[in-house]
Design a protein around this ligand. Sequence first.
Ligand code: MFK
Ligand code: FAD
Length: 496
Amino acid sequence: MAFLQEAPQLAHPYRGDRLLLALLDRVLPAERRAALDADLDALGDYALMAWQRTCTTTRRKPVLTRWGAWGQRVDRIELTTAWQEGPRLTTAHAVLAAGHADSEHARLEEFARVYLYHLASEFYTCPLAMTDGAATAIKASGNRELIARVLPHFLSRDPATFWLSGQWMTETIGGSDVGNTETIARQDANGQWRLYGRKWFSSAVVGEAALALARPEGAGGGTGALALFYVETMDGERRKSELVIDRLKDKLGTQELPTAEIHLDGLPAWPLGELAHGVRQVAPMLNVTRSWNAICAVASMARAISLARDFAARRQAFGRPLIEQPLHAQTLANMQADFEAAFALAFEVAHLLGRAEHGAASAEEAAVLRLLTPLAKLWTGKLAVKICSETLECFGGAGYIEDTGLPQLLRDAQVYAIWEGTTNVLSLDSLRALAGDSLGALRHAIGRWLDGNDDMHAASAIRQTLDAAARWLDQHAATRDTLEAGARGLAFTLAR
Ligand code: MFK
Ligand code: FAD
């Protein structure tokens, strides 16, 4: 019988994750820490089961049926198994509700759940992130009627009452430059607003609600004239006829996620607040979904490295296990170092977000959060692709073969850098943050951390880098094109 290679085994995603355990032990008060175990154990168990399922069943994509047998429009979408399990599982373990609990630790406790669940969810985390973001933006709007109507659904712990929300921003004319939005909001004679237009990417098309950018009829051009609307998509069991699903996108990755092109043909809508400055109003949502993106990117890295490390102990080459080959061990160590840094950055954002939302953050911490959010998103998005790509190579040819479950890691990772603001757009957003005193706040925060650090050489190098960044910003403050051309380099330097 010819040689048979043992398959890689996944360690328990929670109990086997030294970094997550250490972070939670360090940051959370003992009672909260102990209370978290049951949910995290269960989500870790689910993730382990889902990985085994991935390796033993053929992957499926959602299927859109547009027309019924008798010619009626149905726009029905059949979802994959993980998606069908999503509402029950996530409400049972309070994934979203945890993030809105009354504690400065709420976000950390939520994102620990997200980190464990993400890979198993088949990107059900995408609409969860948007629902979380919508809840946050609606809270920030102060619109009491909407808060009372929607939050009990978005944050429900009961699958029967749980609603998902979409985020309808991107149009054919632009996804980064949403100031070009063509969707029009028109008011009926009876005062009801209705949306007319086309949204080019809608990833929660099966959701019950969405936040949508639209231009009130007669308002001027540009970003400032856009308004932010809340919409509901269902009429009882049926999708509203004013929402038409044109098709599902055929995508490189995230294939279980039903991302649709849609038309709005008079869909009833309610403004969150004033009928202008919609991007300003949606910004709390963007910052939350970008934080999710960073955590999910880190989760992809964790999965990839965990498999690569396990395999290195099982695979022999040139007379010893790969893990004993110095160069392979060094390759894995470099991946691990990058991952640990990304993990620290993403979870620092989660920690600060929770503190800021509960009035526990100083002004300095709030400024640091504003800067670290785009930095964490853009840095982890790129790094996830690099680490997943390196992981495939760690498996040699097997890493390129579909039914190992490995190629999907790389295909899926590519999305982190594109949606929710591309790397360049987020680099420019970090300039927006730096226009305030974010860099000063970051220097203070890091300075305090470096004061307690024994590695004088590293501390001095970091201080010099921050000083150089501040000098560069000062020098080019008046030359916008130079600032923008250098924004990605600066963002990468600061993130690193
Ligand atoms: C599984 C992982 C979970 C992730 C799920 C993801 C699901 C995927 C769903 C999507 O991809 S949804 C679509 C996401 N689209 C984007 O993220 C849009 C990307 N483009 C940008 O972010 C642009 O920078 C932006 C549209 C905001 C720029 O537009 P403009 O026309 O240059 O806006 P401007 O005038 O600079 O900003 C308008 C206001 O918003 C300003 O405030 P004021 O009105 O008070 O002056 C800005 O300060 C404010 N603003 C912009 N970005 C902000 C922000 N405020 C706080 N935080 C931010 N990030
Ligand atoms: P463009 O904006 O045309 O960007 C093209 C390139 O130009 C990018 O490299 C970008 O970095 C660069 N660029 C643009 N402006 C600048 C600048 N000023 N300086 C330097 N470089 C610049 N959107 C939604 O609204 N809702 C969803 O649910 C949703 N789901 C998605 C799901 C998937 C799987 C994907 C892939 C996308 C989804 N999107 C969604 C859309 C996504 O947010 C956009 O694709 C993204 O914001 C980029 O917009 P765009 O595609 O129009 O590219």
